[in-house]
Design a protein. Structure first.
Length: 318
């Protein structure tokens, strides 16, 4: 795969660090907001897996950034061995360049690049707008959807308030730091509940992976013997948890509710594949909603991809 391809009225280039500003430009026109250069820089810091900047950006004849398709390298564990897969993320097209087939062309170029780099498969969680393209044009397999759990918390909705009133953020961040300082030091995540099922591939919880995630705004805390990965963004998002067996769902949920109360999160949100231990914990207190589709495309993997299991921490948006 060459670093630059000329196709009709568009020039297609492989993603490099210098393109991050142009990704911000496409995002502004496609979604109405600029996530900032650091957003793309941090998400592409996957050098620890031997891969970086896996994607392609298209430019019009006039040099306008027109579309982007990219993937991010993820470590997948199965029966004690580690494999490298990629997650599809941040797909976007400038409205002025929609309907030109750029999504499909950029995706196929990215997949060819992944195959050349020895990556085994791509997975992702497409929304309703991108789902038809992934399934019908890129031949993704969709077997199931994530389950979405939401628990309402009776507390002052400080998290929602600071999301709307930005100048309150510094004061709120100081308060959150004080609250989280009351919790224990995060320990090895080796007892992740997903790791208890040897028959299902899952995203590694290695220290390198957790450091990568922490660089994207994730907080790691410990309550008693339980580790939590959390993100604060209007709601309290639980990425994952680990604890020794046997575990008590009531204790786990109670501690999460207390944390949400203290930090002013009126909603606790968690996603999981069906059948995980984490899903069972939440189903002890609330009924799930149907979440995002789980899809994948196999390049050359021998793993049982139909058994892939995910929780919220595995999504590139977490």
């Amino acid at each position: 795969m060459t670093d630059m391809i000329q196709e009709n009225e568009y020039r297609i280039e492989r993603l490099e660090d210098r393109h991050y500003r142009d990704l911000c430009s496409i995002s502004i026109h496609a979604f109405g907001f600029d996530p900032g250069i650091n957003y793309y820089s941090d998400k592409n810091k996957t050098d620890y897996l031997g891969h970086r900047n896996l994607g392609f950006i298209a430019y019009s004849q006039q040099g306008q950034p027109a579309a982007f398709y990219g993937v991010y390298a993820y470590p997948v564990e199965y029966n004690g061995s580690t494999h490298v897969a990629v997650q599809s993320g941040d797909t976007m097209t400038h409205p002025a360049h929609g309907g030109k087939g750029l999504f499909t062309r950029l995706a196929k170029a990215t997949y060819d690049l992944c195959r050349q780099e020895g990556i085994e498969f791509v997975f992702g969680f497409p929304n309703k707008n991108s789902y038809p393209g992934f399934v019908k044009k890129l031949n993704w397999v969709h077997n199931e959807n994530l389950l979405e759990y939401r628990i309402r918390i009776f507390t002052l909705p400080l998290l929602k308030l600071v999301k709307k009133i930005k100048f309150l953020n510094p004061l709120y961040n100081l308060y959150v730091s004080l609250v989280l300082s009351l919790y224990g030091k995060f320990s090895d995540f080796g007892s992740s509940l997903l790791m208890n099922d040897d028959s299902a591939p899952f995203i590694s919880r290695s220290e390198l992976f957790l450091n990568y995630k922490t660089g994207n705004g994730i907080k790691k805390i410990r309550s008693g013997e339980i580790n939590f990965l959390i993100k604060l963004d209007g709601f309290l998002y639980l990425g994952d948890l680990s604890c020794p067996k046997p575990h008590n769902p009531e204790v786990i949920i109670s501690r999460l509710k207390k944390l949400a109360f203290l930090i002013g999160a009126d909603t606790l949100v968690f996603f999981s594949s069906p059948g995980t231990t984490q899903a069972g914990i939440f189903e002890s207190c609330c009924k799930p909603l149907q979440g995002l589709p789980v899809g994948y495309l196999n390049f050359n993997s021998q793993l049982p991809l139909e058994k892939l299991r995910f929780v919220l921490a595995d999504l590139d948006t977490f």
